[in-house]
Design a protein around this ligand. Sequence first.
Ligand SMILES: [Mg+2]
Length: 254
Amino acid sequence: MKVLFTDLDGTLLDASYRPAGEALRALLDAGVMVVWCSSKTFDEQRHLAETLGVPGLFVTENGGGVGVPPGFPRCDLHAPPIEIGGWGIDYREVRRRLTEAAEETGVRIRPYGDMTPDEVAEVTGLTREEAERARNRRWSETFLVGRKPGVLVGALDRRGLRVQRGSRFWTTHGRHDKGTGVRWFLRRLRDRQPITFAVGDAPNDLPMLAEVDHPILLPALDGRPVEADLPGLVRLDEPGHAGFSRAARIVLER
Ligand SMILES: [Mg+2]
């Protein structure tokens, strides 16, 4: 069997969050197991899977947990997924350490958890319902950062928290990454001897790419180059949907 781990934002989803539906459908029709691997929450990914009518198999919050149908892999893959986790730090504890680090460094932050769903919707451009799903975090917190936030990274690190830095939003969580979630899946699929692929577009995808036989990297939508030195890495030159569709062809033809 073949398994494809894929990032969502900038890979399966384009800048306006539309999925590359046709390529995804072709993969599933060919019997490829597609596992999403994202910093998105369980609620966000479950909703997307339901909307698309595809199996809910995913890594949540950068490896804080996974979403799978009960009994995975010996189960009906279309059964509603449940969240399994425990290797992340619980949300409340993440928040406590984040607040402490911000106070220590004097960096101003504005965590999702302190905003109403309407406020999150306003700053992100999501709808209110989407904002609610994005806010419902279990293993990480996303926050807006004020000026000169660099010192915050060290203060978080001393408290056992990693940081994913975006342009406006940062996310912090325990010492897991997308690779943590990929390994969870691979342990359960070992006896099927899967041929494994992964596709992503950003530095936080590298731990996922490092776990598979065939890593594929797309250019980021924002054009930032990603430095990577992985054996067998294939770099495609088209971002977003076009890149994902080419990656899907590579998986199907392999
Ligand atoms: Mg991405």
